[in-house]
Design a binder for this molecule. Structure first.
Ligand code: AMP
Ligand code: TRP
Length: 325
């Protein structure tokens, strides 16, 4: 079976952009891939975190991923910090990484403005490369913003192979097309984001039905009244149609037909109800999971499975590099 690996930061307020752009694909691909999902808590601390919030967000994310359909029987869900091999391989890869390559990473340049140019932020990419290469995945589903990190990973794999003999494959990025970028409800020119200034920017996976209805009602629309998909001239309605389409499996064309001569109010009303209907089962499952110690147990099992794979790769790498056993 082919291997898929992805990583996600436990930064709280998971929203429908994360769901449609990432999690939904992972859930579907569990049918055809051996899936590894790493909650990258060591990456999260490259910007300041409140320890209590970090713990809460980590558990919340794990429970939400399972509630969204990541099945611990099929897939390996684990915390990055539970597998020391990530840091060990990361260190070895770090010794092959030119500083200039780290400095030109877009994410570093952006984040250092906000969080300060700490070394952890600069070193983020080689840890991500280790996250990936340890599991020898065929594909790595990521958002467009991560393509640079993935290219960096592939370059490192090639560099390691050239120097020490074939060890790593060069995993391919898997970018979901339609829903690769869900835009903000209050500003359709920017990506939906939990760090947006207003929570009206996104629909959180844990938002209540009232919040969902309110946020959709006040979502920005375009100047005319037509429900028509046209990213250039109608970015706001097109974005809402993409969300509608992704949750209903109706095409943009079918949605246009359904709302011919109907206006925004009816469309928004139906979209809100669709979201409530689709998110409620996820929230219910999340609440069930949050009650006991089930999530911790799943993460412990995940760590056991992940470390078997990771330690095998690490051992091979250490030997090749000349580190004594
Ligand atoms: P983040 O928390 O921003 O690191 O995102 C976690 C995952 O969700 C990544 O795979 C992102 O590419 C994806 N993602 C985040 N925001 C959006 C969005 N607005 N539209 C689509 N995918 C997104
Ligand atoms: N940098 C990724 C993000 O911000 C998260 C990440 C860390 C990741 N390690 C990974 C994604 C490995 C894919 C594979 O979204």
């Amino acid at each position: 079976m082919k291997v898929l690996l992805s990583g996600i930061q436990p930064s709280g307020n998971l929203h429908i952009g994360n769901y449609l752009g990432a999690i939904k694909q992972w859930v579907e691909l569990q049918k055809s891939y051996r899936v590894f999902i790493s909650i990258v808590d060591l990456h999260a601390i490259t910007v300041p975190q409140d320890p209590r919030e970090l713990r809460k967000n980590t558990l919340e994310l794990a429970a939400l991923l399972i509630a969204c359909g990541i099945d611990p029987k099929k897939s390996v869900l684990f915390l990055q910090s539970h597998i020391p091999a990530h840091i060990e391989l990361g260190w070895i890869l770090n010794t092959l990484t030119p500083v200039s390559e780290l400095e030109r990473m877009t994410q570093f340049k952006e984040k250092k403005e906000r969080a300060g140019a700490l070394a952890g932020l600069l070193n983020y990419p080689w840890l991500q490369a280790a996250d990936i290469l340890l599991y020898r995945p065929d594909v790595v589903p990521v958002g467009e913003d991560q393509l640079q990190h993935l290219e960096f990973t592939r370059t490192l794999a090639r560099k390691f192979n050239n120097r020490f003999g074939k060890t790593f494959n060069e995993p391919k990025a898997l970018i979901p097309k339609e829903t690769a970028r869900i835009m903000g409800l209050d500003d359709p020119t920017k990506k939906m984001s939990k760090s947006a200034p207003s929570p009206n920017n996104y629909i959180g996976l844990l938002d209540s039905p009232e919040e969902i209805r309110r946020k959709i009602k006040i979502a920005v629309t375009d100047s005319d009244k037509e429900i028509r998909y046209d990213i250039k001239t109608k970015p706001a309605i097109s974005n809402l149609m993409t969300i509608y389409s992704a949750f209903s499996e109706l095409s943009h064309g079918a949605i246009e037909k359904r709302y011919q001569n109907k206006g925004y109010a009816q469309f928004k009303n139906d979209l809100a109800e669709l979201l409530v209907k689709k998110l409620m089962p996820i929230q219910q499952k999340y609440r069930e999971l949050s009650r006991g110690k089930k999530v911790i147990k799943i993460l412990q099992d995940g760590a056991k499975k992940a470390s078997l794979v990771a330690n095998k790769t690490l051992l091979e790498v250490k030997k090749k590099v000349g580190l004594l056993q």
